[in-house]
Design a protein around this ligand. Structure first.
Ligand code: SF4
Length: 178
């Protein structure tokens, strides 16, 4: 199924269409989010179903999975993250080039889920900033797609200056990320 993409808001007249640079870049970015799957357990299986033909992530321009952080801009964390694994996840995040976004898929990535134990990280937002949380244990593919669409909304509306803003620098400083 081909998904048509509406043009960004702008001014239209006979033979011309004008809009802002922010909106054009936002439109391109939101429809070409390349996922980096960081899957450690059961939620990863739901992600595999999401990427299969029934759900067809190509509709969103996100069918190209990158296992290289440098060629991906949407980190999808799926599964239980043990505290020992935290530094690895953080390292992957740091290797991604700006602009980058993060989705915590499922209860474990969002909050530790049912594993309220000494060895499990109680949510990946303790070590990296998260843009969208997808609830569920596990979430169905429809929920994962909903999370991607919510991220698309954020990406499409993001100002080009956000990554240079004081607010963003403070967010990274909070996580001690340089
Ligand atoms: S949220 Fe549930 S399904 Fe997902 S990794 Fe945790 S235990 Fe498994």
């Amino acid at each position: 199924m081909v998904k048509t993409v509406a043009p960004p808001p702008g001014i239209e007249g006979p033979g011309f269409f004008a809009t802002t640079f922010d909106k054009v870049i936002g439109l391109a970015r939101k429809n070409s989010l390349w996922p980096l799957p960081f899957a450690t357990s059961c939620c990863g299986i739901e992600f595999m179903a999401t990427m299969a033909s029934n759900y067809d992530m190509a509709r969103f321009g996100s069918e190209r999975i990158g296992f290289s952080p440098r060629q991906s801009d949407m980190l999808m964390v799926m599964g239980t993250i043990a505290k020992k694994m935290g530094p690895v996840l953080r390292h992957v995040y740091e290797q991604m080039a700006e602009p980058k976004w993060v989705i915590a898929v499922g209860a474990c990535a969002s909050s530790g889920g049912i594993f309220d134990t000494y060895s499990v990280l109680q949510g990946i937002d303790r070590i990296i900033p998260v843009d969208v949380y997808v609830p569920g244990c596990p979430p169905r593919p429809e929920q994962i797609i909903d999370g991607v669409m919510r991220l698309q909304d954020l990406v499409g509306k993001e100002s080009l200056r956000r990554r240079q803003s004081e607010e963003y620098k403070q967010l990274l400083a909070k996580y001690e990320i340089k």
